[in-house]
Design a protein around this ligand. Structure first.
Ligand code: BES
Ligand code: ZN
Ligand code: ZN
Length: 462
């Protein structure tokens, strides 16, 4: 407030235009007369007061942590003048998001330091009776942040390490650690269930498929919805015989980000003892080409009995999801959401910041959208009008696995819808949002952990 030299320096920087207070812009000032152990003050721009939001708080904290790590500040305090339960949760999430290392295989130590402790200082009187709520916000933020990072580390893992078998084992490890019941179906069990679509995708690879079932069954909860989360778990997508170009094919190690989101979210529900039943299904396979691989034109029979002509072996995610959705319903799910790095078309439509959101009926899709807003995972609704299904017609089977060139993200969603029996169903296409190609002030490069918190927020608010 102008009393100290540092405050005057901030005013000077504002006046000269050195510090414009734009979002994430920072100004670091060294302390001349020490205040306790404080050595530096970093001012972080947050734009205009009226455009402040919970998500901006989340991002500001993440940016603050990234700045601190670059400068090797291990112990920091974050001062803010807002302290709702949601703001506090978001701030803690932001701290986790910034304090993440993608799991490097470099043999020499590189990169940023770690922030070891963060003191959250609210520069406003908080009524005593609000403290409990704030503590709950901190707790939730820790769990949400921790499991978002679990999902990120799975997505970052290369495909020679993270095969369908390892993905299943990790799901089991994290799931049991969090208190879930986890079941891994092997090839024989997958065959016994007639999951021809899963087997078809996997048949070109020497790595056998897996289907993981994670159950959150809180004691005392009888009625109410049973959420079914189905995540695409393609541990590497070469495209199969319809092979992808070499450029950026390495990114296809992340084609299991939907599966990672389901694992993260299911663990959160268990850790927080969410009062709702939920089932997570992860159909996992590697999409390879080889002597045993699917050929374009091959026909598969799904577990639901419907037949599919595989016109393009690169449209494999929807095949896994078809059988996965069927199984979620078999196990008693009443409300479905599937999550998948499904189409390049969705990236063309919405870019890298926003996931495509599809489904029916509208109130259920709206609820997912609300959850994604709360989570700071952006999503935007696209339509699933029946007419679009025309594009999927096949001469020889019930339908084909691709539509035409147009509306590719939508026809993919409509393919999945063929396996939904009149339940509320939503579909998140995270092809563009699961991986950050460039670093942002508030976001590290690599896996983002998108949709983990969306699913958890959804479940905590149904
Ligand atoms: N895994 C890809 C989609 C993808 C693209 C994810 C870019 C992440 C970044 C998916 O299996 C795929 O290959 N989809 C095809 C579908 C097409 C053949 C109808 C696509 O989008 O090109
Ligand atoms: Zn593909
Ligand atoms: Zn794929």
């Amino acid at each position: 407030r102008g009393r100290r030299e540092e405050a005057r320096e901030l005013s000077r920087a504002r006046a000269s235009g050195e510090f414009k207070c734009k979002n994430f812009e920072s100004l670091v000032i060294s302390i001349k007369k020490p205040i306790g152990k404080v050595k530096r003050i970093a001012f972080l721009g947050a734009g205009k007061r009226k455009s402040m939001s919970v998500d901006l708080w989340r991002r500001l904290m993440s940016a603050a942590v990234i700045i601190s790590r670059k400068a090797c500040y291990a112990k920091v305090a974050f001062l803010c003048d807002e302290a709702g339960e949601r703001v506090v949760q978001a701030l803690v999430e932001g701290a986790y998001l910034g304090n993440f290392n993608s799991g490097s295989y470099k043999t020499k130590k590189t990169g940023f330091g770690w922030v070891k402790s963060i003191e959250l200082v609210v520069t406003r009187q908080v009524p005593r009776k609000k403290m409990k709520a704030l503590e709950a916000g901190v707790k939730r933020g820790c769990v949400f942040g921790e499991y978002t990072n679990v999902a990120r580390s799975l997505v970052n893992e290369p495909s020679n390490i993270l095969t369908p078998r390892t993905l299943a084992n990790r799901a089991e490890k994290y799931g049991i650690g969090a208190g879930l019941a986890v079941d891994i179906l092997g090839e024989d069990e997958i065959r016994d269930l007639n999951m021809g679509l899963v087997l078809g995708v996997a048949q070109g690879s020497s790595e056998p498929p897996r289907v993981v079932v994670m159950k959150h069954n809180p004691p005392g909860i009888r009625g109410g919805p049973v959420l079914g989360f189905v995540g695409k778990g393609v541990t590497f997508d070469t495209g199969g015989i319809s092979i992808k170009p070499a450029n950026n094919m390495d990114k296809m190690k992340g084609d299991m980000a939907g599966a990672a989101a389901v694992i993260g979210a299911m663990c959160i529900l268990s850790e927080l003892k969410a009062p709702v039943r939920a089932i997570g299904i992860i159909p996992a396979a590697e999409n390879m080409l080889g002597a045993n691989a699917l050929n374009p034109g091959d026909v598969l029979r799904s577990a639901s009995g419907k037949t599919v002509e595989v016109l393009n072996t690169d449209a494999e995610g929807r095949l896994l999801l078809g059988d996965g959705i069927w199984y979620a319903q078999e196990l008693g799910a009443t409300h479905l959401v599937d999550i998948a790095t499904l189409t390049g078309a969705c990236v063309v439509a919405l870019g890298n910041t926003t996931s495509g959101l599809f489904g029916t009926p509208g109130w259920w899709v709206d609820q997912i959208e609300l959850a994604s807003t709360r989570a700071g995972d952006r999503s935007w609704q696209l339509p699933v009008f029946e007419d679009y299904s025309e594009a999927l017609k096949s001469e020889i089977a019930d339908f084909a696995n691709i539509g035409g060139r147009e509306a590719g993200a939508i026809t993919a969603a409509l393919f999945i819808k063929e396996f939904v029996d009149e339940l509320p169903w939503g579909h998140l296409d995270i092809a563009g949002t699961s991986w950050a190609e460039e670093q942002q002030p508030y976001q590290l490069k690599g896996a983002t952990g998108t949709a983990v918190r969306t699913l958890a927020e959804l479940a905590l608010n149904v």
